[in-house]
Design a protein around this ligand. Structure first.
Ligand code: TRP
Length: 443
């Protein structure tokens, strides 16, 4: 409590850090496998609509609460809403714990893949390799190493750690993804991949399952619904044009996911591997893509290593934001010093991730629980908070953004449209979720 609150060094640094939070495994791994699972282009369209209609308003809400209160989630909600809103803040922190625990396990896989590609190449049986990497003691080890790296960055603080890493790594990630998309376009036979990915079957837009998946994915990918963006915004001074920031962050996040699809689908179709992702699970991409890389020979090895390196980068900058939510909460609430808070919480999360590293089904269940329940419930709570409870959120947004006209619309989206929509998604997902948990208990 004694130390003054840290701040970003520059507007650009903040934006890149927030984009770094948003862009991660969600954009490349999860987006591709959900697109494949939900039939291609229709899912992409729904995901875009969800990003704009539901994601953007909630993004602006998080930015507004965070910058306005200059506190981490629990304190920020209390500041504007009183102690009755504390539980929502606690849910945010708990969600951060849950997500980072398994997210770090998947990130560990990506590190392994990058290293294996570099040192040995991608030849060999891809399914067997995935089995060896994804669970068991090796998976635990790489999960712990990845958590160690995350802890090291967060320990260094907002400017020297989080912002610096984003400034260096995010441009690299953008360059890689765009470069790979251009390369994929040169592959003979990639044409049908574009068709699958881009030509929309409008009838499929009316499927509630696809819609619910698209909403969950938009939240996950934008890092919304658990106070990550809120926490980053709490380190802002009050000059930023928040509506513009929200558009830039959401636009960059969608952009990277979209371009990642322009890598994955043309590549898979060019190598005739598209059926492989059809019945997809968490592992699909980790099995199918290396198969493609190995069939492409020497070029494939380079492309594969670079691809997995980009995934590692995205995962790291996202994991940092997840850890920062819990760390800043402990610092704000209990006055802990950053080093101690980071070390303790990083360690606790690392332990929680071990079951997910031992058993891929546990990981899948944790992911489903987080994305289909906690993030949506958190987003619902936050939109009601800013829509109905917070006094004059528009006044806060207007600081640094005079003259924007659509604030009225924004508040009504938060009051009615977003809650109605998220309420429906929550209701719809609960059925799925109980099924998933049952199958876990049974298996
Ligand atoms: N958005 C990140 C991704 O797409 C993951 C992530 C980081 C996240 N912080 C979050 C997801 C907060 C939900 C909430 O990989």
């Amino acid at each position: 409590m004694a130390q003054p609150r840290e701040q970003w060094a520059s507007r650009f640094g903040f934006v890149l850090a927030a984009v770094g939070s948003a862009v991660g495994l969600g954009n490349m791994w999860r987006f591709s496998y959900l697109t494949a699972e939900n039939g291609g282009a229709a899912f992409v369209v729904l995901y875009l609509i969800m990003t704009a209609l539901v994601g953007l308003p909630v993004m602006l809400a998080e930015l507004t609460v965070g910058r306005g209160a200059r506190r981490s989630p629990i304190g920020a909600l209390e500041h504007f809403g009183g102690t009755r809103w504390r539980p929502l803040g606690l849910v945010f922190v708990a969600t951060g714990f849950l997500i980072l625990a398994y997210y770090s396990v998947i990130a560990g896989w990506t590190v392994r893949y990058a290293l294996i590609g570099l040192l040995a190449g991608f030849d060999g049986d891809p399914g067997e390799r995935f089995g060896a990497i994804a669970s068991g003691s090796r998976a635990v080890l790489w999960h712990l190493l990845f958590m160690g790296a995350t802890v090291a960055v967060v320990m260094s603080g907002v400017r020297a750690g989080i912002e610096r890493v984003a400034l260096v790594l995010m441009p690299v990630l953008f360059a890689i993804v765009v470069g790979l998309a251009i390369y994929a376009a040169t592959l003979p036979g990639s044409g049908p991949g574009y068709g699958y990915y881009l030509s929309v079957d409008f009838a499929a837009l009316w499927d509630a399952n696809v819609l619910a998946a698209a909403a969950g994915q938009a939240f996950f990918s934008l890092s919304l619904g658990m106070g990550a963006i809120l926490t980053y915004a709490s380190y802002l001074s009050r000059e930023n044009h928040l509506p513009n920031e929200s558009v830039v962050i959401a636009g960059a996040d969608f952009g990277v996911a979209f371009v990642a699809g322009l890598v994955v689908f043309p590549l898979l179709f060019a190598l005739g591997l598209q059926q492989d992702v059809g019945e997809s699970t968490v592992g699909a991409l980790f099995i199918t893509l290396p198969k493609a890389f190995s069939e492409m020979g020497a070029a494939g090895r380079v492309v594969g290593v670079v691809f997995f390196f980009a995934l590692v980068v995205g995962a790291l900058t996202s994991a940092i934001s997840l850890l920062e939510v819990v760390v800043s909460s402990l610092m704000d609430r209990l006055g802990w010093e950053r080093h101690h808070a980071t070390f303790l919480l990083g360690g606790a999360i690392a332990l929680l991730g071990i079951p997910a590293a031992l058993e891929t089904d546990v990981l899948g269940a944790m992911d489903g629980l987080a994305e289909r329940f906690f993030l949506i419930a958190g987003g619902l709570g936050l939109s009601l908070f800013v829509g109905w409870r917070m006094q004059d959120p528009m006044g806060e947004v207007r600081v640094g953004a005079e003259g924007v006209r659509w604030f009225g619309l924004w508040r009504w989206l938060l009051r009615l449209v977003v809650p109605a929509f998220l309420g429906f998604v929550l209701y719809w997902s609960l059925g799925d979720l109980s099924g998933a948990l049952q199958s876990l208990a049974g298996g």
